[in-house]
Design a protein around this ligand. Structure first.
Ligand SMILES: *[C@@H]1O[C@H](CO)[C@@H](O)[C@H](O)[C@H]1NC(C)=O
Ligand SMILES: *[C@@H]1O[C@H](CO)[C@@H](O)[C@H](O)[C@H]1NC(C)=O
Ligand SMILES: *[C@@H]1O[C@H](CO)[C@@H](O)[C@H](O)[C@H]1NC(C)=O
Length: 521
């Protein structure tokens, strides 16, 4: 109740800075132009412009977000830790901006960003995947993506909450819950799921607690919360962004990507974090996909023109129909056609039932073994840590049942992973099966019909992209009858980010469906 009444006053807090510029035309006529700028819903481009016009400083930006966090985070639980050095970083950015040409500064210069709590930072922030087991652990260095963000001048505002261990502890774990972060809430409908595991990243950008954020995806962890929180999630081709220094699930599928309010913000962030990192071998090969001049050039309002978009109705459109959103998505297909896309309807992905079944596809068998290997390798590399292996974490959970809610949540995924013993015959068979499912399913469909992207409601399609390391982007597409947001996703073959960005931006500019949350019960 108390939380609700404090929310009502929220609209008053929007910081509006108004600059009245008096333009003298040389004659006696004087024109007064008011540039109104609001931090709420501001894009990176808006903020850069406000910096250039001296309407805004990074310090004001960080102070605004800190105030909003102290007002709203108790309810939303989108953030685990705020960086004690964020204001220092803001002051440094403001100082640097004073003596450098605006065009010489990177796009993320002075922009606050929130990182999912599985992304390592070598600073005062902890990196814990939401678990008390890793509290006090010391990472050897910044994660590869964090090093790139710092180089781009971004301000690390803090760590976002998540489904503990990126949702790889137990099937009974509530989406968006971690012992350290508590239960993250969907800011549109508080009783609805925020989805996970990058829940806090999506909640926080949706509720304007930060400008932009990073999430991670193994299978749906970035796309699903973006869908449920009316924000844009961009899941890059595996290897385009470094996974070094990020608490892993499986290097075969893990990828780091932006969660932002707009496609253009997501693209600015991708430009900053994409590229080679000597600590992640996969970036060596995948950086071949990164276009000269970066991704910004594909923010093209006519990006849908001539694009071939595939529709697989079974089961994806049926899921939307079940939510009462069948007509919404039919209208979206009309919009895509109107904007010049060629919609290729009624397609099928071979073995789709198997691909969407974690057990049947082999994804479970392969991932359990890979998780144990890669998590143990991560823990061994830490400079200091209360736990050094998956076995230690399992023991920690049993020793501190109050903290870790062992009775309610359990840890059966951990136990199943602990029982694996490297990549044996079963795992090899599972890996081969996944490769064939991807090749004969999505990849074949895309090539047979010369498609640029597959279009689906929500993120239920995520295993299709996960098992092949394929990229996808999700954009706000509507709200159900309760007001819970839903996204539309566009997925493509490896390295197809330029096309996906054109398509997503074209759709977003033609529809502009996102609106800020109203915290309904
Ligand atoms: C990190 O965790 C330690 C406890 O180990 C705590 O004292 C510290 O405040 C945490 N850092 C931040 C930025 O919250
Ligand atoms: C998934 O596949 C397993 C067999 O591997 C089967 O037992 C289970 O019923 C399937 N689940 C669904 C939802 O079809
Ligand atoms: C491999 O899979 C088979 C069939 O599911 C199972 O009976 C066997 O125990 C597995 N082998 C190992 C080493 O896990």
């Amino acid at each position: 109740m108390a939380a609700n009444s404090s929310l009502r006053s929220s609209s008053a807090v929007s910081l509006v800075l108004i600059l009245s510029t008096i333009l003298s035309s040389g004659s006696s006529t004087r024109t007064i132009t008011n540039y109104a700028f609001s931090i709420k819903e501001a894009t990176i481009k808006d903020i850069k412009l406000a910096f250039e016009r001296n309407q805004l400083s990074s310090r004001q930006l960080v102070e605004f977000y800190m105030e909003e966090i102290s007002r709203l985070n108790e309810l939303l639980k989108g953030i685990i830790e705020v960086n004690p050095d964020a204001l220092l970083q803001a002051d440094a950015a403001d100082k640097e901006r004073k003596y450098k040409e605006p065009c010489s500064l990177p796009d993320l210069h002075g922009i606050p960003i929130l990182l999912k709590d599985n992304i390592g930072t070598k600073d005062k922030l902890n990196t814990t995947a939401g678990s008390f087991a890793l509290l006090g652990s010391v990472v050897p260095r910044d994660a590869g993506v964090v090093a790139k963000l710092r180089k781009a001048g971004a301000i690390i505002l803090g760590k976002a909450s998540l489904s503990e261990w990126a949702n790889f502890r137990s099937l009974n774990a509530p989406a968006g819950f971690s012992p350290r972060g508590g239960q993250g809430k969907n800011p549109y409908v508080l009783s609805a799921t925020p989805c996970g595991s990058s829940s806090g990243s999506a909640i926080s950008v949706a509720a304007n607690l930060v400008t932009v954020s990073l999430g991670t995806e193994t299978d749906g962890s970035l796309l699903c919360p973006a869908s449920f929180n009316s924000v844009v999630g961009l899941k890059p081709t595996v290897g385009i962004t470094s996974r070094a220094g990020v608490i892993p699930v499986t290097p075969r599928q893990d990828t780091i990507g932006p969660i932002c309010r707009t496609v253009s913000d997501a693209v600015y962030v991708l430009d900053a974090i994409a590229g080679f990192d000597s600590n992640d071998e996969a970036t060596r090969y995948a950086s071949y996909y990164i276009p000269h001049g970066g991704y910004k050039q594909f923010l093209n309002s006519y990006g849908l023109k001539g694009k071939r978009l595939g529709i697989v109705r079974n089961p994806f459109f049926q899921i939307a129909e079940g939510l009462g959103l069948g007509q919404t998505f039919e209208n979206h297909l009309q919009t895509l056609r109107r904007e010049g896309a060629i919609v290729v309807d009624n397609l099928q992905i071979a073995n789709i039932d198997v691909i969407l079944n974690f057990t049947a596809s082999g994804e479970a068998v392969a991932t359990l073994a890979e998780f144990k290997l890669s998590l143990n390798a991560y823990l061994e590399e830490l400079v200091a840590s209360p736990v050094r292996s998956l076995a230690d974490i399992i023991a920690f959970n049993l020793k501190f049942p109050d903290l870790e809610l062992i009775d309610k949540i359990g840890q059966e995924i951990f136990l199943a992973a602990q029982a694996t013993n490297g990549i044996g015959a079963n795992e090899s068979a599972a890996l081969l099966n996944l490769e064939n499912l991807a090749k004969n399913g999505f990849e074949k469909l895309m090539k047979d019909y010369k498609l640029d992207a597959l279009v689906t409601p929500r993120s239920d399609v995520s295993p299709v992209y996960a098992i092949g390391g394929f990229p996808a982007i999700i954009v706000p597409a509507g709200f159900d009858s309760q007001g819970v947001p839903i996204g539309i996703s566009f997925g493509g073959l490896k390295g197809s980010e330029p096309k996906l960005i054109e398509i997503a931006y074209g759709f977003e500019q033609a529809t502009k469906i996102r609106k800020p949350p109203s915290f309904n019960p």
